[in-house]
Design a protein around this ligand. Structure first.
Ligand code: ZN
Length: 298
């Protein structure tokens, strides 16, 4: 027996069970009114001795069932403090670029996933209202292809963010509120935005586990063309320019330079006091900047 939902087509399908409504024993989960334990493919092992307080059973748009368990993990302890800090730029070209110069690409095989998605979307587009069940089937296929890509990215991001949080005391990222992704194919953008939302939340709760700090800065400044070495604002450059040289003689990788500027902005906030946000007016020395605030430079 599976949970029943209010609507078959609309609203996110999900059922929540509190401690009295499920039994968790020897790694087997049995929900209320069920005789046998669920047949679960575990995404990760539960921590030793953990007893879940809530079980949520959602079904995604691809029709797959999930179980998510809320547990207190007694094994997670704050890590010893470190001096390392890092700024992170999120992009389309590379998933993440770090202020250290390291670039992290998208998960492997993502191209293949995209090809499958495009094909499924084409098939769906050919279906008309009259196709009924076939159209539903085609829609499912698109959703499944989407979910597959998203899952892989999420796994990838989990590994990355855990590493970032473990290795650094302070992680500076840009705030979603002012994010305005570069113009790109709708598909790449949707997927990238979804990954971005994950990337935004993951480091924050992991930082709490490990005693680290995450600072989100409003990216109102033209971080790509602001020289991270001398603070001079370079000329506007098209997206295909990946490298540029400042008048001061420093040559910058566009994304690494952006990550460095994000880090600097975050550390400035950190000095101003926890919870403070960077000013949205131009900092002194850059008053000649003719950028509209809240605008994201590609
Ligand atoms: Zn410079």
């Amino acid at each position: 027996m599976y949970p029943r939902f209010k609507s078959r087509k609309k609203s996110r399908k999900s059922a929540e069970y509190t401690t009295s409504a499920f039994r968790f024993k020897d790694g087997r989960l049995t929900l209320a009114k069920m005789v046998d334990p669920l047949d679960i493919v575990w995404s990760r092992p539960l921590p030793e001795g953990a007893s879940p307080s809530t079980a949520t059973v959602p079904q995604d748009t691809a029709g797959r069932w999930y179980v998510s368990l809320l547990v207190e993990d007694p094994t997670i302890q704050p890590l010893p403090a470190t001096d390392a800090v890092v700024g992170v730029d999120v992009g389309l070209d590379h998933l993440l670029t770090l202020s250290t110069g390291q670039k992290v690409s998208n998960p492997r095989h993502e191209r293949r996933g995209h090809a499958r998605l495009v094909k499924a979307q084409r098939q769906l587009a050919r279906k008309t209202r009259g196709d009924g069940a076939n159209r539903t089937k085609a829609r499912r296929k698109v959703a499944r292809a989407h979910a597959h890509i998203a899952d892989r990215r999420r796994d990838h991001l989990h590994k990355l963010t855990t590493r970032l949080v473990r290795e650094n005391q302070t992680i500076v990222i840009e705030d979603l509120a002012v994010r305005n992704m570069v113009k790109n194919g709708k598909l790449a953008r949707a997927i990238s935005d979804a990954a971005w939302a994950d990337f935004r939340s993951m480091p924050e709760y992991k930082a709490q586990w490990y005693g680290r700090e995450v600072i989100a800065v409003d990216r109102w400044f033209p971080s790509s063309r602001l020289c991270s070495a001398c603070g001079t604002l370079g000329d506007k450059m098209p997206l295909n320019v990946r490298e540029w040289t400042c008048d001061c003689g420093r040559t910058h990788d566009r994304d690494v330079n952006a990550a460095k500027n994000i880090l600097a902005a975050g550390l400035a906030v950190s000095v101003c006091g926890a919870g403070a946000r960077p000013q949205r007016s131009a900092p002194s020395g850059q008053s000649a900047m003719k950028q509209k605030p809240l605008r994201r430079e590609p």
